[in-house]
Design a protein around this ligand. Sequence first.
Ligand code: NAD
Length: 500
Amino acid sequence: RFSTAAALEETITPSVQISYTQHFINGQFVDAASGKTFPAYDPRTGEVIARVAEGDAEDVNRAVAAARKAFDEGPWPKMSAYERSLIMLRFADLVDKHRGELAALESWNSGKPYEQSAKSELPSFARLFRYYAGWADKIHGLTVPADGKHHVQTLHEPIGVAGQIIPWNFPLIMFAWKVGPALACGNTIVLKSAEQTPLTALYAAKLFQEAGLPPGVLNVVSGDGPSAGAALASHMDVDKIAFTGSTETGKIILELAAKSNLKQVTLELGGKSPFIVCEDAEVDKAVDLAHFALFFNQGQCCCAGSRTYVHERVYDEFVEKAKARALTRVVGDPFRKGVEQGPQISSEQFEKVLGYIKSGVESSATLECGGQRFGSRGYFIQPTVFSNVQDDMLIAQDEIFGPVQSILKFKNIDEVIRRANTSRYGLAAGIFTKNLDTANTLSRALRVGTVWINCFDVFDAAIPFGGYKMSGIGREKGIYSLSNYLQVKAVVTPLKNPAW
Ligand code: NAD
């Protein structure tokens, strides 16, 4: 069934040294002001792999002061956009050069399969910076044909100091979604990584230093949410805060921004995305895609297709095959070749996911397979499939963030639109059909930020991503992300000779 649990006992040693554990402030690696450190774990075993500087309000103050100085006194916002883009391109080249180490560090600290890190996420990471480097010298305002005797133009200016708070499920990719557009637009940055995964952001900071980024332009503080994160979100000298994580924390961020200096806010929050398998579906293909949509990254994706709606005509066959596919999913050491699923990120998430599985069983959904931990140490969970899931069950409403597929039956398109839209979330949706009319109807009716038709998790740098409803505010990636990091200034000049 799965990779044998015994194989988990001998963990493969990743081929990377952990060299950067201090904060990166004003171009230097420095200890926490308090001198404190906190542990970074290997989720395969729960063992500590490094101790990392633990940031609090004082470290955030120091980082913000450095970012403020680099913004106000330059050179970053005053450098030519082309020079900024060259630094970002140099950084992307260094990422390619250090791909193996970065991928190993990412997988070691987060538990995601090494092949996924090395072959998919690291290339995307470098690509995102090349994409944003391309934007740097193409950001410009407009000439506005206003009424009256005036010449009117708009200037698109950087906002200033951007605070950025990222989660643990895609530590490097989230770093790129935030840092890329902020740098391209000429902002300076204080980024707080997730306390579970502090290591790769610090490595990336080192590569930025090597690429020639001036001191203070990018500062990375490690530490937890209520101290370092909250200090950043409520800082009076931070002009903008961008956050990815849970909806609960998103609300806190918005409140802290409102109560401090009304800094601008973008939020990328939770989801409970429907994956809709229509009656004309080729079941084998639909099963594979629905499986990928849910189980990818140990089920730890904000946009995971976590409500699998299947038309009644193909439902029984789908459930049987979804179970068979889950039973063949290879769980094991993320550094072992061919492993599809590593451990969950932490003991908290592990317990939380097992709690949801228990709730599914108690609410009389049918447990088709899985449902238990995998092995006896670390945070591995068996790929789990529930059928007969009803909309009012907790497992159909909450973001489980784990390898738990919930399959629901539907009868017709109007019904599935209504049910899919009842969620408080609106991040993404998948549609599986060959019928163009059905695809068009669903993609317009669903209240979500991304619709994937016969595909899922397509994350090109140019495609905007973000949520409707309680899934967030604003869009990241693509041209839309630039407006998160720009102010628009209108400049009005009287015309001496209006005839011309
Ligand atoms: P979280 O929202 O608490 O953490 C995300 C980031 O916010 C981290 O960097 C954290 O340090 C920071 N943070 C936490 N509290 C803060 C505060 N008061 N002020 C400022 N920053 C703060 O998420 P979590 O506790 O790590 O995970 C809980 C749940 O969130 C998961 O089970 C999952 O459902 C969801 N989640 C969603 C995403 C996503 O991509 N949308 C990512 C991670 C987790």
